[in-house]
Design a protein around this ligand. Structure first.
Ligand code: XMP
Length: 512
């Protein structure tokens, strides 16, 4: 196992960002519930502890507290924001209530670089977001940095290796934030930087072999990043013991099925079952216009088809899934922190329990960027590793209104042209998603001297970091013009192309 840094979660919206910053320094980090016992942390062999920020005041009733014994483990501790105030309070200092929250940019003046600010400038722009502040240091501590509002913006107890900072080094707005983490991890905790893609793959392959033994594993391959990387990784570990099932639901984009077959079956030599269930899906959603009903029908049909396929593939003991770390972190509900939701496991319709399958989730320790790095190291092409997200219900939610084979054909052709042009211009890699939507309206056009009463295609191009919010992409006019001209010229049945210029919110990325 790699060396572990424990991030105790006090409900900060940045807890996951802290864990990611640590991993960017090639040190493994794991998020723990804030009250995890010191004994547990010792048993896990953690080499350093970070106390996250949080929305609470240390004075609030029921304010989340750590096990005090973490301060006797003999491992370095870094308290951030609320974490610093906790340390102050629990170790004998005094925290004062502030009337006003300090929020936004501030300037940190480094008084004593020590190990935490080693090789950093004396003045740093930092990001603050806190109410209370430390007003008297606990015994053993001394100040190492100040801001306009706080003489104890950064503190240390060198003997015990305890550090506290009032600002948030994990957010992008803090200058050299990652270097502050690096100083703590390498300089203070003595971490070895043993969390690399190669190490991960080696550990994961061994672990999969041990877990699976001679049994067989089945995996639902969607062609998306997560299931593709899971497939490649498991295949590296157990080869032909893995069978992948790809369901053609009739709602795929042009050539999608052929691409999956060529990459996984021919290139990677993975056992691949392609279930052509398009007729069944299209029959079941015929005439359905309500988006939620469409999704439900498509989802349920997928489970039925997948279940059948598993049965006919023969006895498997494991069901593999591309579950990622953000799906399994049980964030704590503290105050009104919007990040605080206990995530439910998104198994395919309870199927593993019903079929008595054990779950194999080799990516459950990884963040998305780490998954991409693993995919690239396993030889998956850039088109897969950096593929834009595609919704599970596929083109089913991109044909607005009722779905017919004719409408799907029109949408596929238009979408393929958009895809072509996005690739040719390099814009495909710069946006979050780019796709066409079929609109169930007819519009009048002219072709030659003829009146042409035909379909409308909308272009949806968005930029986003996490799909929670999105802005429409300002594509160059010349490129938009080329795409529009090609679609109206080359796709029979389309007389008009429109551009969606709505952000999310209030719109969503998909139309349905
Ligand atoms: P919206 O439309 O809600 O989409 O702004 C946010 C992101 O999620 C994708 N999406 C889905 N992904 N199953 C999925 O796996 C779905 O049912 C689904 N609906 C939307 C969408 O493409 C965007 O990236």
């Amino acid at each position: 196992m790699p060396q572990t840094i424990a991030v105790l979660d006090f409900g900060s919206q940045y807890t996951q960002v802290i864990a990611r910053r640590i991993r960017e320094c090639q040190v493994y980090s794991k998020i723990y519930h804030h009250a995890t016992s010191a004994a547990q942390l010792r048993a896990d062999g953690v080499i350093g502890i970070i106390l996250s920020g949080g929305p609470s005041s240390v004075f609030a009733k029921g304010a989340p507290m750590p096990d005090r014994a973490i301060f006797t483990l003999g491992v370095p501790v870094l308290g951030i924001c609320y974490g610093l105030q906790l340390m102050g309070r629990l170790l004998g200092g005094r925290v004062g209530r502030s009337a006003r929250r300090e929020y936004g940019h501030g300037i940190l003046h480094v008084k004593k670089p020590g190990r935490l600010f080693a090789n950093l400038p004396k003045k740093l722009r930092v990001w603050n977001s806190h109410g209370d502040r430390l007003v008297r240091l606990p015994p053993g501590f001394s100040p190492i940095g100040t801001t306009e509002n706080s003489e104890f913006a950064a503190i240390e107890d060198r003997r015990r290796n305890f550090y506290g900072i009032q600002f948030h080094p994990e957010v992008f707005h803090t200058e050299r934030g990652t270097d502050i983490y690096k100083n703590f991890l390498l300089g203070v905790c003595g971490a070895k930087q043993d969390w690399t893609t190669r190490d991960f793959i080696r550990h994961a392959v061994e672990h999969i072999r041990q877990t699976v033994g001679p049994a067989r594993v089945i995996l639902g391959l969607s062609g998306g990043v997560d299931s593709s990387v899971a497939a490649a990784l498991i295949h590296r570990a157990i080869g032909k013991q893995l069978t992948c099932v790809f369901v053609d639901n009739g709602l795929l984009r042009a050539d999608e099925r052929a691409q999956v077959e060529s990459l996984y079956a021919r290139n990677f030599h993975i056992n691949l079952r392609v279930e052509d269930a398009s007729a069944l899906f299209l029959r079941r959603i015929r005439g359905v216009t309500d988006p939620e009903r469409k999704r439900k029908i498509i989802g349920r049909t997928f489970v039925t088809v997948f279940e059948q396929s598993i049965k006919s593939a023969g006895r498997a003991e494991f069901l593999a899934q591309g579950t990622l770390y953000p799906d399994v972190i049980e964030s704590v509900a503290i105050g009104n922190n919007p990040a605080a939701l206990i995530k439910s496991h998104h198994n395919v319709g309870g199927l593993p329990a019903r079929m008595r399958l054990k779950l194999l989730e080799p990516l459950r320790e990884l963040f998305k960027d780490e998954v991409r790095a693993v995919g690239a190291a396993l030889g998956l092409p850039r088109e897969v590793v950096w593929r834009q997200p595609f919704p599970g219900p596929g083109l089913g939610v991109r044909v607005a209104g009722a779905i017919t084979p004719e409408r799907l054909t029109v949408l596929r052709r238009a979408d393929a042209i958009l895809h072509d042009e996005m690739m040719a211009s390099g814009w495909y890699w710069k946006v979050w998603q780019s796709f066409c939507v079929y609109l169930p309206v007819k519009s009048v056009g002219v072709v030659g001297d003829e009146r042409n009463y035909a379909d409308v295609i909308a272009l949806r191009l968005v930029e986003s970091k996490d799909a929670m919010t999105a802005d429409w992409t300002r594509l160059p006019y010349e490129l938009l013009q080329k795409i529009s001209t090609r679609i109206t010229n080359e796709v029979r049945g389309v007389s008009r192309v429109v551009l969606d210029i709505s952000s999310k919110p209030p719109a969503t990325i998909e139309w349905e």
